[in-house]
Design a protein around this ligand. Structure first.
Ligand code: FES
Length: 115
């Protein structure tokens, strides 16, 4: 948990309806998060799948299902809603990605603290 804001990227670095991977400090470690843009908003989630606690990706920015507006875990194909990270299809239905607090100031995207 931290009190300061941590700059992640500019809002326009994330295409509408797309995702971007970001790294944030957590004590002496670093965690990756998934940023999802919806209009002028950005949702942030820990990049850890609730199925096996593994990263959803294999080091890429694209977490989206190619034909559906859903975040996809590439390990076992769980699908999560962009707005709240709830799994709606796959091996962990009903579980959710952990939300992280995102702030946007002057079109810059910041991580503030875990929710
Ligand atoms: S680890 Fe994500 S669906 Fe299995």
């Amino acid at each position: 948990m931290q009190d300061e804001k941590y700059y992640l990227c500019n809002l326009d670095d994330i295409e509408e309806g797309r995702t971007r991977r970001a790294i944030f400090p957590d004590g002496n470690a670093q965690h990756t998060m998934i940023l999802v843009r919806e209009g002028e908003s950005v949702h942030g989630f820990d990049n850890l799948c609730p199925h096996y606690n593994l990263p959803l990706d294999f080091n890429g920015d694209d977490f989206m299902h190619p034909e559906r507006n859903l975040i996809r875990c590439k390990n076992h194909q769980a699908l999560f809603r962009m707005s709240d990270g709830v799994c709606i299809e796959g091996p962990c239905v009903g579980k959710r990605l952990k939300l992280v607090a995102i702030e946007i100031v002057d079109r810059k995207v910041y991580f503030s603290e875990a929710l």
